[in-house]
Design a protein around this ligand. Structure first.
Ligand code: AN0
Ligand code: CP
Length: 315
């Protein structure tokens, strides 16, 4: 693997999931692989899990890890090419990416969408500028359009816990007071579409994901219909793609609650975290034995490790 930007960088999904499960069994088995290699983690936005799990994954492989929060700490970056930089942006991404690349063997980057300009966001221009100018492999730690480290973890977690070969997996939209990216949902859909699971997306009208990500998924606009017989309920809020970046609805009937969970096939509850209790999911569901959220977050370490291992092995 050269870069890990999205599902298209994964040739054999099952092999990568098996690698992550192997890393979980013996996390310190490859401590020599990353010796004298530097992993740089750059965050344009907040993080808990991605930052610590990827750092830990690098340490497990013997890498030296440097982390930098750009928001508020780095220079304000210009990302448009050919502009006269006489405004508030002090540094161009062309130099910034090349400089970080000169210190690192692998770079992980988190850069959220603007949620204002759909065409710009969906060009994923920030991470692509790092690919173009950093000169080293790039790992996507959530970009404007996808969050592949999360999705790999999600497939791994389903593989670990599923009670039938082809589970019925439901990605359900849930309410949220703030406008959030579509990245986690886009990515989850893309990765589910690479499995042989039954995959359904439940979201209100106006919240359909871009077709390129929803792919062959069955889309329903009624939560009760989707929950029936589900083995996994994967909740996430996203802002509208159609009415780009807008919040169209706060309807609490879309919150994951016990009433709807009772319609399922004893479904497990999943969420990438951070989650707002009693907005996205009720206390009763997230505190129940069906919630996989802590296992899911813990698995981030081994998913990241599998990715770093494949990149390091590529030389
Ligand atoms: C982010 C999002 O929805 O993309 C990060 C999730 C991993 N969530 C929030 O900003 C709350
Ligand atoms: N799930 C996830 O990516 O969490 P953080 O935003 O805390 O990294």
């Amino acid at each position: 693997m050269k870069h890990f930007l999205n599902i298209h960088d994964v040739k054999d999904l099952n092999a990568l999931v098996q690698e992550a499960l192997k890393c979980k069994k013996t996390p310190k088995a490859n401590r020599k692989l990353g010796k004298n290699k530097t992993l740089g983690l750059i965050f344009m936005n907040p993080s808990l899990r991605t930052r610590l799990s990827t750092q830990k994954a690098g340490i497990n492989l013997g890498m030296d890890v440097m982390v930098m929060n750009f928001a508020g700490e780095g220079w304000a970056l210009e990302t448009e090419e050919g502009v006269i930089m006489n405004g508030d942006k002090a540094e161009h991404i062309i130099e910034a990416a090349a400089v970080v690349g000169s210190y690192c063997d692998i770079i992980g980057l988190r850069s959220f969408p603007t949620l204002k300009d759909r065409a710009l966001d969906y060009s994923d221009h920030v991470i692509n500028a790092f690919v173009k100018y950093a000169g080293v492999p790039i790992v996507n730690l959530e970009s404007a359009t996808v969050h592949p480290c999360q999705s790999l973890t999600d497939v791994m977690t389903i593989e670990e816990t599923k009670s039938r070969k082809k589970p019925r997996v439901v990605l359900t939209w849930a309410p949220h007071p703030r406008a959030l990216p579509q990245s986690v949902a886009n990515s989850f859909a893309e990765w589910m579409n690479r499995t042989d699971y039954e995959f359904i997306i439940a979201n209100p009208e106006g919240y359909d994901l871009a077709k390129e990500f929803a792919g062959k998924a069955q889309i329903v606009h009624n939560p009760e219909e989707a929950y029936k017989g589900a083995d996994y309920i994967y909740a996430k809020n996203w802002s509208s793609y159609e009415d780009y970046g807008q919040i169209l609805l706060q309807d609490e009937n879309w919150m994951v609650d016990e009433r709807k969970m009772n319609l399922t096939n004893n479904a497990k509850f999943m969420h990438c975290l951070p989650v707002r209790r009693n907005v996205v999911v009720s206390d009763a569901v997230i505190d129940s034995k069906h919630a996989l959220v802590i296992r899911e977050a813990a698995n981030r370490e081994f998913a990241a490790q599998a990715v770093l291992k494949q990149i390091l092995n590529n030389g």
